[in-house]
Design a protein around this ligand. Structure first.
Ligand SMILES: *Cc1c(COP(=O)(O)O)cnc(C)c1O
Length: 466
């Protein structure tokens, strides 16, 4: 499989190179040259498979030429052995039509573990036997940071620098990052919001002398391998609910558009997906884009769902590229316009092309809390605020009757227990394996949100690449 940039003007890479790089050299994002497909029979044969076997069947075409199916299986076995549930991503029934897909049974209690645990193994595999080092630089609004740090802590040849907006991640999220004391882990609190932190990371990737010197690599969802790993659970859930005979809908709490884009990829690969509900909080740029074609930045508002407090969704570019006929030059011009003015219109092909599959909704904090209460009182399930945004959207989306609707449960409720307690009166406790989180020592530096301050710090603490 070969990978091309959404802006059409960067080297074509194989899976190994695309995993080790971040942004493409032309500022775009890497996507497979063409979508591999599974036939109806192949999808039917997934029905009885374990999570790892499903993962191998779904991901093998994407790693072709770099890893064999057996090599991929070895990495998946190692990555998913760390999950605390044997099903890895179990389904839980809520009512006649609604289900939760629990994606939070990994080491840091967030769905990001599903992809990042695998990515940690891929990095190690691709670096071993070389004298190359990798410097992972990322921005997190909470969950990516802890999941990425857990995935690479102590791994040879890798330094990780994780930027988070100071004071804007939950205590549990912060401590999950800052209490990892491995010498290759560097936490940086930025005096600014998440979009500022993300812009700093982008600027580092766009500074070739810096990016090359430290072999910068990305772990945020601009990394293709992460999206690939997320495609798996759409197949795993859908076949359990009757695919390929029955189409299944998914409702996805959305921030950077990585998770829901993985659902789009699953549909492109042949999975019968009835609808993807793109659920946003009041930071609703994606809802405005999908409903009216207006993709324009607003001010980020802080909400009880910090992982969705985003105005610019990096992965949306991948969707626009695919819907726009994969015209890299046209997309490059469109994105350059957006980057300079903070606003753009979707083309008719993009807006109209999204409509049959993607619907969107904006859920405010009251409706989120109502969804948490409904789940708690009517089904006995305590859900986290991000999951509740998607559940609220799923319950009011007008889907065809009889279509099973799967809400992606992206975080364990204990990660956001204050918000959960406020809505439901129930205070979820941390699983035993994290029980002493509040007693552990923390390590973190605070820096101003400037390119100079952050690159100087990284320059002092990272190992240049060989
Ligand atoms: C990251 C995250 C999201 C948003 O996922 P995207 O892929 O960025 O759209 C939603 N919920 C939780 C809990 C998250 O950590």
């Amino acid at each position: 499989m070969r990978y091309v940039s959404t802006r059409g003007n960067a080297p074509v890479l194989d899976f190994r190179a695309v995993t080790l790089t971040g942004l493409a050299a032309d500022g775009g994002l890497y996507v497979p040259e063409a979508w591999p497909t599974l036939s109806r029979d192949e999808i039917a044969r997934l029905a009885g498979l374990s999570y790892v076997d499903t993962a191998v069947a779904v991901m093998t075409p994407f790693v072709a030429g770099v890893l064999t199916a057996d090599e991929l299986r070895g990495l998946c076995d190692a990555a998913y052995a760390r999950f605390s549930h044997v099903a890895v991503t179990p389904l839980v029934q809520l009512d006649h039509d609604h289900w939760l897909l629990e994606l939070f049974h990994g080491p840091t209690l967030a769905f990001k573990d599903v992809a990042l645990q695998l990515l940690g193994h891929l990095f190690e595999r691709f670096l071993s036997g070389t004298d190359k080092r990798l410097t992972i630089v990322g921005a997190t609004s909470g969950d990516t940071g802890s999941a990425a740090i857990d995935a690479v802590a102590g791994r040879h040849g890798i330094d990780i620098f994780m930027l988070h907006p100071e004071g804007r991640v939950s205590d549990v999220q912060r401590r999950q990052m800052t209490t990892v004391l491995s010498p290759n882990v560097h936490n940086i609190a930025i005096r600014g919001d998440f979009d500022t932190a993300q812009a700093l990371v982008k600027a580092m990737f766009n500074a070739p002398s810096f990016a090359d010197r430290f072999a910068l690599s990305a772990v945020n969802s601009i990394n293709w391998a992460r999206l690939m790993a997320q495609v798996v659970y759409y197949f795993y859930a859908a076949v359990r609910l009757g695919a390929p005979e029955r189409a299944v809908a998914f409702s996805v709490p959305t921030g950077n558009f990585g998770d829901v884009f993985a659902g789009y990829v699953a549909a492109k690969m042949g999975l019968p997906v009835a609808r993807l509900v793109v659920a946003t909080n009041v930071n609703d740029i994606l809802h405005r884009a999908l409903s009216s074609g207006d993709y324009s930045k607003g001010q980020v508002q802080q909400t009880p769902t910090p992982s969705m407090d985003i105005q610019v969704s990096s992965n949306f570019e991948r969707l626009l590229h695919d819907l726009g006929g994969r015209d890299g030059a046209a997309l490059g011009a469109q994105m350059a316009g957006f980057e300079s003015s903070g606003a753009m219109r979707l083309t008719n092909a993009q807006h109209g092309g999204a409509a049959p599959l993607l619907v969107s909704d904006r859920v405010d904090t009251d409706d989120m809390a109502d969804a948490m209460r409904w789940a708690c009182e009517s089904t006995g399930e305590v859900i986290d605020p991000h999951t509740a945004i998607a559940l609220a959207a799923a319950r009011r989306a007008q889907l065809e009757p009889g279509v099973p609707v799967v809400t992606l449960a992206t975080a364990h409720p204990a990660k956001f227990r204050d918000a959960v307690e406020r809505a439901t009166g129930v205070r979820p406790s941390l699983p035993a394996r994290l029980g002493d989180l509040f007693d552990r020592e923390e390590r973190c530096v605070t820096l101003p949100a400037t390119f100079e301050a952050v690159t100087a710090y990284i320059g002092e603490h990272a190992h240049p690449s060989a």
